[in-house]
Each structure stands twice: as structure tokens, then as C-alpha cells.
Design a protein around this ligand. Structure first.
Ligand SMILES: *[C@@H]1O[C@H](CO)[C@@H](O)[C@H](O)[C@H]1NC(C)=O
Length: 897
């Protein structure tokens, strides 16, 4: 049946799904206005940044971000104190039948599409494509003919050459170039571990040499502590076994990439010294919440040689936005041990994707603020996932195989959890949880299970008192333990969720792994800096527009993969990425718009245009950063018009948009006025237009609240809009963050068939009480693209005239999971992070208007807003839904259909 949010229906269904074992507990009204005392006034990372401001070193050549004192991330994590001490929980018996480590197939990207799906080159005569060009204010220029269809095939045959990335020219003309490092000519962006005398035959202690490969600044020194974009490093590990004797430490602005054809094994030696095999958190860059931009892919971490009784964690991943983990395996001993796969200690990362974890006492321990764990496969873990803190977690496409416990949420430390499209087989209970339904005031540990396949015998949900709350059953459509709107706290509510078939493949929301192009040969790749007849510099000075456009067009026509080595590529006009394109950056190669083309907010123009309206075919983009080089109020940084023939043909992975904050833009020095009208830095972050259909994974759209690469942290920026979604043909936002944009962070305007899993946002720090500009000012509302006009606010109501985290305006079949919408500051800004708002920062966080049909919205977490969802119905308030950081609605169904 369809979604029913009436309490009567919930009560009736609970018995049905849970086999009537569990009596339907009393349904409690929302928390009686009691707000727990654990609320903190200032997130700890702000204090850390403020401390660093004082400690900043005096010259450009020395570390500009002094190392923060050796913080203990545990004690700095803003975790709520458990409301009552949890009763002891039986630890699960060791799993005997875990799959042997060796039987796992090597890390692989999905097989490329068969060559037969190839389309004739640039068949611009196609007439089959609907919606030719009505996508709102798309960029007017780039006069294009009829829509183009161009789908690119996989390799004609699997290449046996060395991995194409390995084969690139990394030293000559085609090498990456970091314009803002001290000595760019000598600075190596790309580092092959083997060039640092690393031995990969499983012998010795490779930590010192591998560490040198990561830290090398090309000048005999270390690049640690020098910010995010001045000293980027891409470290390549060929296949082999790299034995470590002690912890390897990562640094922001780094990609560690293994050969996907033969994934390297980073292995703890039998005498390993240390608590972590790899320390991902970079303490030289502030607290975990500012440990930005670090990516690890195509590697295997292995602790099997370390005695099971020795405590070790393969990866400490207390990192922030722009960071990514993808195509990773973690191998630990099976049976009883003290090994942990990944410990995410605080931090603010967005997505952890395509990870397999074998063995260990615990697969993942997590206290990150908010994160989408996508397609994580747990095999033979004692406990797969332990919630040690944080506000909201999405486990999407998880597989629990032969694990003692699926999710341990017994300590009441996590606010909200969704387990989506997941499978449990041959395991203990899916979830052991603290029952907060009787807590007065603050209620944590709320969760929702949707589309679970369950082949295990033990109950699905067991509370800390050992009471079964959901019996084993082969399939769960939707089951909640948490607050509902309309309704109240439902301890075991069940219903069916109506999900748009257009979003599903094999009954699950579509997902797609980041492509590795593993089967392609060097000949299939074109480095933009080595194309005869075209000069592309990426030096942060040259206008690369014409040459880059020509190369992209040529590569798309020939289905060549475009490699863009690190650089800052300035473009004075739109860069068109045509259908037929596949683009790989190096440590987030930067394309930065500048000049008069992008100045007029009444005639906005795309810096990056992903296909023309109506185009259909392949466009894949990864490891890129798009930026504005100066204040450009008419710059729409990314506009996506293209649609795939298949879901995910058009996709972005580990890609970001930044407005200010980094070395390559003058915004980081010029935007110091308290009045944000003096720094209207970009029109919009990203527009998914009406004709588009795209898959977007681990995307971060950031208007800077502080500078990452310079001595002064202080900056005040206004970007008109965050992410606008007007698409109707299938859109998947799998782990995205959108921060500090002026009118909204997300706007779903007449959109249809949209899935979003994890939408993280922060309101601009300079709105609310005492603000210099009242939204929409200083921007002009454009009704054509559904800009919220704030007409529901009084003219002088500062708190009301603040950015909406998410605005849903009309449309249909919109499925949003795990919103994480935070507000911290208001009014004038001193850059010190020491003046949090008094009371609530803003009046409304989310808004629904235009009567959307079948809006599914599960797990909404908010901070410092009065109203969680301004919907013209009940306008549910944070104070009546206390939990998580401040507010939780676990299931919002006012417009569910
Ligand atoms: C859940 O985690 C807590 C905290 O680490 C631990 O004390 C408890 O034993 C765990 N329970 C299970 C069933 O693993």
C-alpha cells in the first residue's frame, strides 16, 4: 500500500510486519518542549580555527596553518551525553563461517558497456530527443544545432597495458602544474611510490619512504601544513604489497590512487607499532571538520598479519567535505579480534562509497556529523557498524554478510539513521538500539529501515533491554522507530513507501561506482596539455578557454577520455563539455571562470556547461574542482543539461564547486566588507536543468566561510543560489553538501523523479539577527527558476530572511533521505567563530510549497532553527522534535503519496 502516516495505520501495520510479537508501544507526543542541556554553543572546530588564527606563521613559505595542539578527537567531538547509561549489551559470538579473504575478487569497476552501444559520432541529426531547449535561463551563447546524441562504449578489448594513469607523461609537457606553490617548476604533483625507493614485495618497513612520497614538496621539505590547494599531490601505488611498520599519515590536498587492475595492498607488518595503519585525519589543518579534500581509491588495507589480540584500526578517517573513500577493501582477521576497519572520529565528510570490509571486531565505527555510506559490504565482522556519535547516517545499499551484529546503536550517541536498500544474510540482528521513545525532551537513536532483504534468522531490531522490536522477516518495505510528521514518535511504525520506478534499478535506487577506466589503454586517453595544435597551460594566468573547448569537442567526437592534469585553467567564457566526454582530473584540477562574460546577474552564464539542452549520451566527470577567479555575480558555475540514455551515463564523482577560500581566486583577498552586496561572488553553484538526468556522487558546493590557503581566514561572501534541481527524467544525488549559499542551499523546483541521499548544508553565517542584507537582498528574485522570494516574512524579520536549507516547490516523486541542515552564526562576522547566535539563528530551515506530489522525506536533522519545515500545514518546530544536534523528524510525510 502507499505511504500512510496516520497513527492508526501505523499501529495497525506494526503488528502485521513484526509478526505481532511486539505490542505496539504507546505512541508518545513530541517532546514536551524540554531541550537537553547537552547543546553546545560553538562547534569545537571553530575554536580550533580561531586558535590557529593567532598561531599563523609570518611568511608565505612557512606553514601558514600552525599545527593545532594534539587534539584528542574523541574529546573534541560534540557528542551528546547518553541520557542514561546504557545497559550492558551482550557481545556477539565470533563468526566462524566468514568468507576467506582470498576468495574476494580484485577491486574492479563495473564492466564497461558493450561496444555495440556505441552511437555514430556526433549524430546531430537526431530527432528523437524531447525537451529541446526550455531549461530556464540556460547559458544563451554556445549556439548549438539540434540536440546531440553520443554514447561512448567501453574499450574495444580489455587493455593489458599498464594502467593508463601510470602511463601518462608526468614529468614533461603533460605534467600537472601547481601555480601557487613556492617553486612550481620543481614541484611534483604526481608521485609514483616506486620513485621513492618504496619496495612493494611485502618486505621491510615502507612507512618512511611512502611517507616521503606523500609529503615531498619538491624542495627537500614537507608540504604538510600548507593548506589545501597550493601543494596538491596525487600519489600512485602500482600493484603489490606495501608492508608498513608504523602509521602512514595523510595530508589534505592529496589523492592516493592504486592501480585498479591490480590493487595495491597496504599491509601492517606483524610487528606493527601504532593504533592506526593509516591516519587520514590531518591535524595540521584544524579539527576533523576542516580536514578537507583527501581521497583514497583502489587500494586494499590489510591488518591480517597483526595478532588478533593487538588493537589496531586500518584507517582513521576523521575528515571533512571534499574527502572521499572509494573502491576500497579492508582485510582483517576473522574470528575474535581487536581490529577495526575504519574509525571515523568526528569530522564532516559526505560520502564513503564502494567499500568492502572483511573480518575484524568492528567494520566501521562512526561519529562523523553526517555521511552517506554507499554500497559498503561487511563480511564476517563481529559488528559491522558501530554508531559512536554523530547526527545522521545513511547506510545505502549495505550488505551484512555473516556478521555478529549489523548496526550497534546501543549507546544512544547517534541522532538518526536510515538503512536503505540493504541486505542482511547469515548475520545476527540487523540493529541493536537504545530505545529513546520514552525519553523526555531530547530523543536520539531514531532510525528507519527501507527496502531490506533479510535472510538472517535472528530478529531484525533488538533494543538494549533485549526486547525484540522487529522479528525476522524476508522483506521490510518501510519501518520506523522515531518521530513522524504528521503524527508523533512511532516506536515501530510500518508502511509501504511509493518509490518512483524511474529511480530504481533492480528494485533499488540506482547507484554507480566512480569509473576507473581500468580496461582502457593509454591510447584511449588524451592529456589536454599534449594535444598537437592546441596550447593549454593551466598556469593560473593564461586564458585556456578556446583551446580547452576545441580539445573537449574533439575528444567527445572520438570518445577519447580527457585527462586534465592538475593546474588552474582560467576560462573567460563557457566551457562546453559535450556528450561523448569522460573527464578525469588530478587532485581536483581547477577550472576557474573570470571576466566580463560572467558579471551580469540578470543574464547569468555557465562557466561549465555539461551538454546542451536536450543532448543525450555519456558525460562522466571526476576529481575536478570548478571555481570563480574573482567576484562574478553572473556566474552559474556548473549547468547540467545532458541526460543519459541509461541512468548514470551522465555523472559527477568526487567533484566540487568552490566560491572563494582558495589560492587561485582573488575573492580570498578582496571580500572583507561586512555588507555582502560588496561580494556577490557567483550567481549559482549548480543547475540541473529540465532536460538533464544525472548521477552525482560525493559533490561539495562551497561558498567559503574562511580561507584555506592564506594567512587571513577572514572572508565574507554571498553566492546567490546553491543547487537548483529542475530535472524530471531521473536525478540521483548520492552524498552531496551545499554550504553557505544565499537564497537556498538546495531548491527542487518543479522537479520530478529525484533521489537524494544525504543533503548536508550550512546557512550563511552572516544572515539572521543583525544582518546587513535581508534575503533575497542583495540578490534579485528570478521567478522563472523558482527563487524563493521570502514574501512570507515581514520586511524587517531578519531571522525569517535567511537561506532555506532545502526548498521544495511543486514537482513529483521526490525522495530525500538524511537532510543535515545546520546553522551556527548570525549578523556581522568577525571571522573568529566565537559569537554563535543567541537562541535560534533562523526562523525556517526547510520549506515546502506548490503541493509536490509524492514527496518522501526521511531523516531530517536541523540545528538552530525555529521551524524545521515551513509547509503551511503544521510547520513542525525544532523544540517539539528535539534530538540529534537539535531537531529530528525521522519521517516527514505531509506530501507523501
Ligand atoms: C556496542 O557498542 C558499545 C560501545 O562500544 C559496546 O560497549 C557494546 O558492547 C556494543 N554492543 C555490541 C552488541 O557489539
Amino acid at each position: 500500500m502507499r505511504c500512510q502516516f496516520s497513527l492508526a495505520a501505523v499501529a495497525a501495520l506494526t503488528g502485521a510486519v513484526s509478526g505481532a510479537v511486539v505490542p505496539v508501544a504507546e505512541v508518545r507526543a513530541g517532546a514536551g518542549g524540554v531541550v537537553e542541556a547537552h547543546r553546545i554553543s560553538v562547534p569545537p572546530w571553530f575554536l580550533s580555527l580561531a586558535a590557529e588564527l593567532d598561531a599563523i606563521a609570518p611568511t608565505e613559505t612557512s606553514s601558514f596553518l600552525a599545527p593545532s595542539s594534539d587534539i584528542n578527537p574523541d574529546s573534541s567531538s560534540p557528542l551528546p551525553t547518553p541520557i542514561e547509561s546504557s545497559p550492558p549489551v551482550q557481545s556477539s559470538p565470533p563468526v566462524e563461517s566468514a568468507a576467506p579473504v582470498q576468495s574476494l575478487p580484485p577491486v574492479q569497476s563495473p564492466p564497461p558497456a558493450p561496444a555495440s552501444s556505441s552511437e555514430p559520432a556526433t549524430s546531430s541529426s537526431s530527432t528523437e530527443i524531447a525537451h529541446p531547449s526550455s531549461a530556464g535561463p540556460t547559458t544563451p551563447a554556445s549556439p548549438s544545432a539540434a540536440p546531440t546524441v553520443k554514447t561512448c562504449p567501453g574499450p574495444a578489448q580489455q587493455s593489458t597495458d599498464v594502467y593508463w594513469l601510470h602511463a601518462q607523461d608526468h614529468n614533461g609537457q603533460g605534467a600537472g602544474y601547481a601555480p601557487f606553490t613556492n617553486d612550481p617548476k620543481r614541484y611534483p604533483v604526481f608521485r609514483n611510490a616506486m620513485d621513492y625507493s618504496v619496495v612493494n614485495d611485502g618486505s621491510g618497513d615502507q612507512t618512511p619512504r611512502l611517507q616521503k612520497a606523500i609529503d615531498d614538496d619538491g624542495n627537500g621539505g614537507s608540504r604538510k601544513g600548507r593548506g589545501v590547494t597550493r601543494n596538491p599531490a596525487e600519489v600512485f601505488l602500482p600493484g603489490g604489497t606495501y608492508q608498513l611498520g608504523s602509521t602512514l599519515t595523510l595530508t589534505v590536498g592529496t589523492i592516493i590512487v592504486g592501480d585498479p587492475n591490480n590493487p595495491p595492498i597496504i599491509k601492517a607488518g606483524p610487528n606493527f607499532q601504532g593504533e592506526f595503519l593509516i591516519m587520514g585525519y590531518d591535524k595540521m589543518n584544524g579539527n576533523p571538520e576542516t580536514s578537507f579534500m583527501m581521497l583514497v581509491k583502489n587500494v586494499i588495507l590489510d591488518t591480517t598479519a597483526v595478532s588478533p589480540g593487538q588493537s589496531i584500526t586500518a584507517l582513521q578517517w576523521g575528515v571533512a567535505q571534499g574527502a572521499g573513500l572509494t573502491n576500497i577493501q579492508v582485510h582483517m582477521p576473522t574470528g575474535p579480534s581487536r581490529h577495526t576497519g575504519i574509525n571515523i572520529v568526528a569530522g564532516s565528510t559526505i560520502a564513503v562509497t564502494d567499500v568492502t570490509i572483511i573480518g575484524g571486531a568492528t567494520g566501521i565505527i562512526n561519529s562523523n556529523q553526517q555521511v552517506n555510506f554507499k554500497n559498503v559490504h561487511f563480511i564476517g565482522c563481529g559488528t559491522a557498524f558501530e554508531a559512536s556519535g554523530g547526527w545522521t547516517v545513511l547506510l545505502q545499499g549495505a550488505v551484512f554478510e555473516s556478521c555478529g551484529t549489523g548496526v550497534n546503536m546501543t549507546t544512544n550517541a547517534l541522532g538518526s539513521l536510515v538503512i536503505l536498500d540493504s541486505i542482511s544474510t547469515n548475520s545476527g540482528p540487523l540493529i541493536r538500539f537504545y530505545d529513546s521513545s520514552h525519553d523526555a525532551g531530547h530523543q536520539n537513536s531514531q532510525f528507519l529501515i527501507q527496502n531490506l532483504e533479510y535472510n538472517s534468522k535472528e530478529p531484525i531490531a533488538v533494543d538494549t533491554n533485549g526486547h525484540t522490536r522487529l522479528e525476522a522477516t524476508a522483506h521490510v518495505d518501510t519501518w520506523v522507530w522515531g518521530t513522524m510528521v504528521p503524527g508523533a514518535y512511532a516506536p515501530g511504525g510500518a508502511w509501504n513507501t511509493h518509490r518512483s520506478p524511474q529511480l530504481l534499478v533492480d528494485g533499488r535506487y540506482f547507484t554507480k561506482a566512480q569509473p576507473t577506466y581500468a580496461g582502457f589503454s593509454g591510447q584511449d586517453i588524451v592529456n589536454v596539455k599534449t594535444v598537437p595544435g592546441h596550447v593549454v597551460k593551466g598556469d593560473g594566468v593564461t586564458d585556456d578557454t578556446v583551446a580547452l573547448n576545441a580539445i573537449l569537442a574533439q575528444n567527445a567526437a572520438n570518445c577519447k577520455i580527457t585527462y586534465i592534469p592538475f593546474g588552474v585553467y582560467r576560462v573567460s567564457d563557457t566551457l562546453l563539455i559535450p556528450v561523448g566526454s569522460r573527464i578525469v582530473g588530478e587532485v581536483w584540477s581547477v577550472i576557474s571562470g573570470y571576466g566580463d562574460s560572467f558579471r551580469n546577474p540578470n543574464n547569468p552564464r555557465a562557466v561549465i556547461r555539461v551538454g546542451n539542452p536536450g543532448d543525450v549520451g555519456t558525460i562522466e566527470i571526476q576529481d575536478m574542482r570548478f571555481s570563480v577567479a574573482e567576484v562574478l555575480p553572473g556566474a552559474k558555475v556548473v549547468e547540467i543539461n545532458a541526460a543519459g540514455q541509461q541512468p548514470g551515463d551522465v555523472g559527477l564523482w568526487n567533484t566540487m564547486v568552490t566560491v572563494g577560500g582558495t589560492a587561485e581566486t582573488s575573492i580570498s583577498t578582496t571580500c572583507t566588507s561586512q555588507d555582502p552586496k560588496d561580494c556577490m561572488a557567483a550567481y549559482m553553484v549548480m543547475h540541473l536543468t529540465e532536460t538533464s538526468s544525472a548521477y552525482i556522487e560525493n559533490f561539495w558546493g562551497w561558498t567559503a566561510d574562511h580561507n584555506l590557503d592564506s594567512k587571513s581566514l577572514f572572508t565574507i561572501i554571498s553566492t546567490g543560489r546553491g543547487i537548483l534541481v529542475e530535472s524530471t527524467k531521473g536525478t540521483w544525488l548520492t552524498g552531496t553538501g551545499s554550504e553557505h549559499h544565499w537564497l537556498y542551499n538546495y531548491n527542487f523546483h518543479k522537479a520530478s523523479n529525484v533521489f537524494a541521499g544525504l543533503l548536508q548544508s550550512e546557512s550563511p553565517y552572516i544572515q539572521g539577527s543583525g544582518e546587513f542584507e535581508k534575503a533575497p537582498a542583495p540578490w534579485t528574485v528570478d521567478p522563472e527558476i523558482g527563487d524563493p522570494d521570502f514574501s512570507w516574512c515581514g520586511p524587517n524579520d531578519d531571522k525569517c530572511r535567511t537561506a532555506l536549507a532545502t526548498n521544495v516547490d511543486g514537482g513529483s516523486n521526490i525522495a530525500l533521505y538524511n537532510s543535515a541542515a545546520w546553522a551556527f552564526f548570525d549578523g556581522s562576522w568577525n571571522g573568529l567563530y566565537n559569537e554563535p547566535c543567541q537562541g535560534k539563528c533562523q526562523a525556517n530551515m526547510m520549506r515546502v510549497t506548490g503541493a509536490p506530489q509524492n514527496l518522501i522525506w526521511y531523516s531530517i536533522s536541523t540545528r538552530m532553527t525555529e521551524v524545521i519545515v515551513l509547509d503551511g500545514k503544521t510547520n513542525p518546530r525544532e523544540d517539539n522534535h528535539a534530538g540529534g544536534w537539535e531537531g529530528i523528524i525521522q519521517a516527514y510525510g505531509e506530501f507523501a503519496g
